[in-house]
Design a protein around this ligand. Sequence first.
Ligand code: PEP
Ligand code: MG
Length: 903
Amino acid sequence: MTTYVYPFSAGSMEQKDLLGGKGANLAEMTRMGLPVPPGFTITTEACRYFMHHGDIPAGLTEQIRLQLIGVEEAIGRRFGDPHEPLLVSVRSGAARSMPGMMETVLNVGLNDETVHGLAAMAGGDERFAMDSYRRLLQMFGRTVQDIDADLFEEVLDRQKAERGVATDVELSAADMARVVEEFKAIIRRETGEDFPQDPHEQLHRSMLAVFRSWNAPRAIVFRNAERISHESGTAVNIGAMVFGNLDEDSATGVGFTRDPATGAPGIYGDFLVRAQGEDVVAGIRNTRSLPELEQVMPEVYAQLSGIMEQLEEHYRDLCDIEFTVESGTLWMLQTRVGKRTAAAAFRIAATLVEEGTISAEEALTRVSGAELTRLMFPHFAPDPGRRAIARGMNASPGAAVGPLAFTNEEAEAAQRDGTPAILVRRETNPDDLAGMIAAAGVLTARGGRTSHAAVVARGLGRTCVVGVEALEVDEADGVIRLNGEIAARRGDEISIDGTTGEVFLGAQPVEPSDVARYLSGEVTVEQAAAGEAGELVQAVHLLMGVADRVRRLRVRANADTPEDAARARDMGAEGIGLARTEHMFLGDRRPLVEALILAATPGERQVALDALLPLQRRDFLALMQEMGERPVTIRLLDPPLHEFLPDITELSVRIARAEEHEGATEHDLRLLDAVRRLHEQNPMLGLRGVRLGLSIPGLYGMQVRAILEAEALALADGGAPRVEIMIPLVSSVRELREIKQELLAVRDDVRRESGQDLTTTIGTMIELPRAALRADEIAQEAEFFSFGTNDLTQTTWGFSRDDVEAGFFFTYRDRGILLISPFESLDQFGVGELVRIGTERGRSTRPGLKVGVCGEHGGDPASIHFFHWAGLDYVSCSPFRVPVARLEAGRAALLEEEFTPQH
Ligand code: PEP
Ligand code: MG
């Protein structure tokens, strides 16, 4: 029979997939001999069974009962015992952390009888027992029975108002007993049933609520944003309750073994005396900083800091923890390798290398391209005159500017308008996730650096400032007030600095990051080291060095102009993987292209081509000179010709208007004729790529002549250009054979005319499924391959690359059919399979065939790992993404053994 339940004493941190992150780490801490309340984990497998069958697997209930007996024995109390009841917590815990996304029910096991037993155990503290009971009713009502949380809050608020007190702590035992009765009445009224008195029923239903919360809308939104599979399910952890709200010697808190915002060493966190865990993270009460615990409970603090040190040593990384102190006894409720900002990730990785804890290679695996991207974001330009209107805590770095938004809907609307907002909330909760994703930054009035807003914003890479206590958020009136005065209204622009915690009115000017300036070669590492972000730049420098040393993939850039080429080179590009020549046909050259398209005779066509030739030669020479000895891949003209002609409607209107007056020009009439002639229902599947080369005599010949003459000039000038000519949109070897005849003849001519020994190679793009499947034949003619994964994705899925991301993609994503657009991150199973097949077949004909990729995926971290795995030689991406590609290519080499293609 399948085991669905494991005691904490039986697992380890390796079992995250089965036990979830929280369960695996609780087991690990138990193994380490740390004080963890006894408990057990119901596996993710049980959750998956429940999701598929709508019911729990046979035997689960019995296994839970058995493990519960184990907990009873370990703690010496029985579940449901009226005198000394065992109470348990029921917490979710997926394989990958989803903070605050799923449900938790605490104090399970309390009922009208056991509540008095609990009071007796707490030395007759009826208030404490009633408070615990009302928390259970509240959490059970909300999560298990789906009752509006506000109904409970209103009762509490009313009770406080009647008593004239500000906080829950000031309510008496009798007040709490009244709250309990009112909560029970709410449950009865809203559900038609009494709150279940049977502890086993409470436990069972709480577990089901956790299972169900896996598919709550906010959890789905979160998984989409984090690219977590919807299939894996959550584990459920059942642990003996310990109470941080028992007495003045009790407390609860969260902590980090280093500063998760900057990576600086030293214990870091928040705690509250006489409180339960959710009080700290909810940001409802203002917390105290963890080092202050030393004054309040010196012995506990010494033990806790020792454990934190032990955890960091054991996990060899920054850990975060949750703990509770019950009457002076410390209990560890959770640990995991902690989330951190991008800056902290780099600094901690580099520090751990310096401290000798991990190798430089391992340090590289601890950071990511996504984090590097974040570090390359700009920050506010220094301005001594600028005055912050308020200051809070710097929860997630960066500079964010945008219109003020109060709700998810407003933030999403602003994003659609192309001006992402600053989402301002009193405090955030998981329902605000959609707004946080859509926003440029998040600002809250309450909460600390470990509050929901802070944790989630860091995870999303959103700039975030929390705990601006002077701030009053009035969503109803659409204003924020500072000390009673209106400071800004809905839609007004504000700026927040997640690095300093400052808030400014208006759109403040931003400037580039030091990391970006270093990575683009604008400043040297030595110059940057003297600056404010010196340690960070040094950490980046160290890890980029490791990446460049270990990576097998080369990194090139897509660049069409000498300026782009220079930028790419400064960013570390080792060549140009794609120069799109169509961009050289726009602007003031458009009339020349029009003349080419309108040419009625071979003579007219030749005149047009002759006019374009010297211009193209100049373009190519400039690119070659910029790149020196690095390879430059130039692609012959690709897009449908009508893209160079006016829009048919505009042209028709112009002609109609002209005809009312002096009559249309001959030129316009010929243009209209051409536009009509070239019109296609599906231009992306039409006359483009090699089909143009084969249909318009002399076009590709002119381009190739320009390339080769430029190469000859560069050679004559003492250069050593490495030029690669690339044919787009090939599907059959015959196309390539045909066009190559023309090109080779030109090459012979230019060789003879210039007397230079041209080394140009001729290769092809592989961007149609047929080309990938027939790659063995195609490699007979092609000297290299470059996968055009943009078109390959378009033609493999049958999705229009220009439309899908604004269209039904969102429906697909919401329904879980696609987690991410296949145009953003390679579809490894489908399109990736064609890349793999194409490479393998190409090399079966031509061993050692050079294979690269030049679609957008060349700069996407997950895709880069796939290309490494598939054995490609290089990726080519936009210049700004080159550093990220270098870093990820290094990580791909180090992590190759763990790689398998992903959905
Ligand atoms: C591609 O299709 O992936 C490609 C690089 O070419 P383009 O985007 O210019 O069609
Ligand atoms: Mg293409």
